[in-house]
Write a protein that binds this ligand. Structure first.
Ligand SMILES: [Zn+2]
Length: 193
């Protein structure tokens, strides 16, 4: 075997090893995700983020304390996770629903015409109301979806979604890039205060 053949053989073995590793990583992440999926997006279909989470540097400063998900007026809004409705009503003329979840996180949804009431227990995927227009000045109908721990520790709600835990982004083998997506373990990093 000449040196070029040895090089190609070692390259092939490396590719196989990487493929095996990736397969294992995907299987591990899938197994973990399916057994403990706690949250899901509150609108049906693939999420279309019109405006991303942009927390203020200080709690009293302006920012975007949630994500705006594109929707249709009148479409169903669903509880992102199991919990108890902490509030369903108007906050300074904005129709808002808040849900307290067992892990201490509160998710909020606005503007939503609620079909649930304060104190009601809800489960993930349960319809809690219908989407209203009016959140954005540009006229795009969106659901403003927020999440926080405590009164001012806002989280990026996208981080609540556990799947996929890992997105594998092979470029040109053997170069492979791993893009780690947030998991509940590192959602602490999303705290803005
Ligand atoms: Zn918003």
């Amino acid at each position: 075997m000449n040196s070029f053949a040895r090089f190609r053989l070692s390259q092939a073995l490396m590719t196989m090893a990487i493929s095996l590793f990736l397969t294992v990583a995907v299987l591990v992440s899938s197994a973990g995700a399916s057994s403990s999926l706690l949250y899901d997006y509150p609108l049906n279909g693939p999420p279309d983020v019109v405006e991303a989470f942009n927390p203020p540097p200080q709690p009293w400063m302006p920012g975007h304390r949630g994500v705006d998900l594109r929707g249709q007026e009148g479409e169903n809004v669903q509880a992102a996770g199991d919990g108890v409705v902490a509030f369903a009503g108007l906050v300074v003329s904005r129709p808002v629903i808040s849900i307290d979840h067992p892990d201490g996180i509160r998710t909020t949804y606005e503007p939503v015409d609620a079909v649930v009431h304060t104190g009601e227990r809800v489960h993930r995927g349960q319809v809690i109301g219908t989407l209203l227009p009016g959140h954005r000045h540009d006229g795009v109908t969106v659901l403003h979806w927020g999440a926080r721990r405590g009164k001012t520790a806002y989280l990026n709600p996208i981080f609540l979604i556990k799947t996929p835990l890992i997105v594998l982004k092979p470029l040109s083998l053997p170069r492979t890039e791993f893009l780690l997506l947030p998991t509940p373990r590192n959602t602490q990093r999303a705290l803005c205060s």
